[in-house]
Design a protein around this ligand. Structure first.
Ligand code: C5P
Length: 240
């Protein structure tokens, strides 16, 4: 598999063409950004950890019948994915109040929600990825209603699958962000990444934060936190 031209460079990943049509290489970077790029840093090993963690999670979601772009892990920092046209909506699912939800509607961080909350954000850096509702999505023509329904249904399935997997790792899945895209046949597939950069993950016993909030809030070593996630996932997988 030859690595071709750089197609796109984002905050945490680079996307390359390959010699196979519709197959791309994602390279996970060590860069960390928060607050819409205002806080920046690099942490050695972060890219490799997220590549391994997201490969484990995408593989599990595949087995659960949730179509996604991941094909295989290539090496420490790279994975092969299927080409897809990204839908410019970030879908956030929340099980426990934290982050912007806690702030926006005045819930105490850590409060368990009676049911999973699904939110949509418009993927637009200049606007700071604003929270949007179904009417905004319709007005902006970002995706049609039936595709939006499918994205929501898939996001809730991802939630069920990941809650179960992380519980086996003694980790609470607080919330996470997903992105979806259209494959060549027009099917909606899960895209981007699922990693501690895009999820909030707390230790079940101590509520220790083991995700990007470690960086956002200056709580210590991201590498240390993400290593705990990877090791527990590997442990859970080896026990069934
Ligand atoms: O900041 P907020 O509470 O809205 O984030 C909800 C979830 O979505 C968190 O897990 C966060 O890491 C993730 N997120 C993300 N990328 C963004 C915004 C939020 O991965 N641009």
């Amino acid at each position: 598999m030859d690595k071709g031209q750089l197609l796109y460079e984002g905050k945490a990943k680079r996307l390359f063409e390959t010699d196979q049509s519709d197959v791309l290489i994602v390279e996970y970077k060590n860069d960390l950004t928060a607050f819409n790029g205002e806080k920046k840093a690099q942490e050695q090993g972060k890219g490799a950890l997220n590549n391994q963690i997201s490969s484990i999670l995408f593989e599990r979601l595949n087995r659960e019948g949730i179509s996604n772009h991941w094909l295989e892990q290539l090496n420490q920092t790279e994975q092969l994915v299927q080409h897809n046209e990204i839908i410019p909506i970030e879908v956030v699912v929340r099980n426990i109040a934290a982050g912007s939800l806690a702030k926006r509607i005045g819930l105490k961080e850590g409060r368990e929600l009676a049911f999973p909350i699904v939110e949509y954000y418009y993927k637009d850096d200049d606007l700071g990825d604003p929270l949007i509702n179904e009417d905004h999505i319709k007005l902006l023509n970002l995706v049609n209603q039936s595709d939006l329904n499918q994205m929501k249904e898939m996001a809730l399935k991802v939630n069920d699958a990941l809650i179960e997997l992380f519980e086996a790792c003694e980790i609470k899945l607080v919330d996470f962000k997903l992105e979806f895209g259209y494959d060549r046949s027009g099917q909606i597939i899960l895209s981007d990444e699922v990693s501690p950069d895009t999820c909030r993950l707390w230790d079940i016993h101590t509520n220790e934060k083991l995700d990007k909030d470690v960086f956002r809030q200056g709580l210590g070593s991201v590498e240390h936190a993400y290593k705990i996630i990877l090791n527990r996932l590997k442990g859970a997988l080896s026990h069934g």
